[in-house]
Design a protein around this ligand. Structure first.
Ligand SMILES: Cc1cc2nc3c(=O)[nH]c(=O)nc-3n(C[C@H](O)[C@H](O)[C@H](O)COP(=O)(O)OP(=O)(O)OC[C@H]3O[C@@H](n4cnc5c(N)ncnc54)[C@H](O)[C@@H]3O)c2cc1C
Length: 415
């Protein structure tokens, strides 16, 4: 896609800063509307160093599958690889409580799917290429944004040259460390968790039966997401010193350490792939929109990966913003008008709040060794396991099916 770099017309309806998993999803969602869209992405898409489409995998909630279906992206993802999650086993190492979430409680074929970020990227780019109304401006770095009464002006640098163009709306999708957000002076609340996620693919000896594991330990949670061929995607959150140690161990020592840490729930770990590290923090903004500006994805909220919710939340931003813009466009409204954008912000408020609080709460509650709290949280796990309405409500929310759903989240196309 990077050779489709030259901006066409200098004027767009919507310019999207950041062509990562969330920004590219918005472009594809808006493709069928015929709106003129620009995607400005700093790193050549398809490049091995592309940060959004790296070697990680995401647990994609069932509700996100529906959004991708509505966008026409799901067949491309499913054809490449999507491992269904049939059951999630949640427990605390060395304690009595545990909970099992099962697809049988939901009436759908899977609680979610494990998909490589790279596969999501390829599928999005494949569909994006089919839309003549989407210009991918890449590799190009956003340098400044000026908001005027009728349009926002985005200044970029591309192959050493400066350019600028105007659009009715600029969408900020440049990730958790968003430069665009900073340039606009949008305040963030940032909490450093003091944890690093060590990520790798690990193979086990026996088949995994599509069970995902979330195991809390005093040093941080360990998540194992089932992939093809007896393989798991591991996200092991630890303090920075421990992360350094885990990264420098030999493969055999690493597998032994993982087994000691995770316990005997799975057959033995036999192989580990390349290990990477991601520092973890919570990032929140209060201001999701301004006149001619909207924030989506990690630029609006970056979460701890403990519950696998970050991208799913960002994709729901996409589904709602795309519908608000599409309906506004059909009604002849200004794409960057504050009233229209506030509709998006209001619609997303509850889901953002609940998922962020839930994720942050999990990290806090399970990293505290105060004895009464360990008892309460383990009783809580058992309650979830044994009390069907509580379990259904939790599953419904984590599958991205709670609240008022936009058309894409019902698997319907926008137009
Ligand atoms: C270890 C780990 C595991 C995770 N697991 C899950 C999971 O299982 N499920 C889940 O839902 N979520 C998960 N997440 C969260 C998920 O990865 C993120 O929510 C998601 O990648 C955010 O996508 P984004 O497009 O908003 O931001 P990013 O992926 O950060 O993309 C931002 C894009 O903007 C570009 N950019 C930046 N600055 C500029 C600029 N100035 N000009 C132009 N372009 C720019 C970047 O090159 C990049 O392509 C996980 C996160 C981590 C760290």
């Amino acid at each position: 896609m990077d050779d489709k770099a030259a901006p066409g017309s200098p004027d767009y309806d919507v310019s999207i800063v950041g062509g990562g998993m969330v920004g590219a999803s918005l472009a594809v969602a808006l493709g069928p509307t015929g709106l003129r869209i620009a995607v400005i992405e700093a790193v050549a898409l398809g490049d091995a160093g592309q940060p959004s489409y790296d070697d990680r995998s995401v647990a994609l909630a069932y509700g996100s599958r529906r959004i991708f279906e509505g966008m026409g992206v799901w067949p491309g993802i499913e054809a490449r690889s999507a491992t269904p999650i049939h059951q999630i086993h949640i427990s605390e190492r060395g304690k009595f409580g545990f909970a099992r979430l099962d697809r049988k409680d939901t009436g759908v074929e899977a609680l979610g799917y494990v998909i490589k970020n790279r596969v999501i990227g390829e599928a999005l780019l494949g569909v994006m290429q089919g839309f003549k109304n989407i210009s991918v401006i890449c590799p190009a770095t956003m340098k400044a944004i000026k908001v005027g009464a009728d349009a926002a002006t985005v200044s970029i640098e591309m192959q050493g040259e400066k350019q600028e163009f105007r659009s009715k709306l600029v969408v900020i999708a440049d990730g958790g460390r968003s430069d665009a957000r900073e340039k606009l002076g949008i305040a963030v609340r940032r909490v450093d968790y003091g944890q690093i996620a060590v990520v790798a693919n690990v193979s086990i000896k026996n088949v995994h039966h599509n069970v995902a594991f979330e195991r809390f330990t005093p040093n941080g949670p360990v998540a194992l997401l089932p992939m093809a061929d007896k393989c798991y995607s591991l996200v092991w959150s630890v303090n920075p010193q421990e992360a350094d140690a885990l990264l420098s161990l030999s493969d055999d020592e690493f597998l032994k350490r993982l087994h000691n840490h995770f316990g005997d729930r799975l057959s033995s770990f036999v192989k580990v792939g390349k290990r990477d590290a991601y520092p973890l923090s919570l990032i929140q903004v209060d201001e999701h929109v301004r006149s001619r500006v909207a924030l989506i994805g990690n630029a609006a909220h970056a979460l701890h990966p403990v519950a696998g919710q970050g991208f799913n939340l960002g994709l729901r931003d996409v589904a709602v913003l795309a519908q608000v813009l599409c309906d506004g466009h059909d009604a002849g409204q200004d794409m960057g008008g504050r009233l229209l954008l506030e509709h998006y912000a209001r619609w997303r408020k509850r889901d953002n709040f609940v998922v962020t609080s839930f994720t942050n709460g999990l990290v806090r509650v399970f990293s505290n060794d105060f004895f009464p709290l360990t008892v309460v949280r383990n009783v809580g796990l058992i309650a979830v396991d044994l009390f069907p309405p509580l379990k259904r409500s939790l599953v419904h929310r984590t599958m991205g099916l709670a609240g008022k759903l936009p058309r894409l989240a019902r698997g319907l196309s926008l137009q």
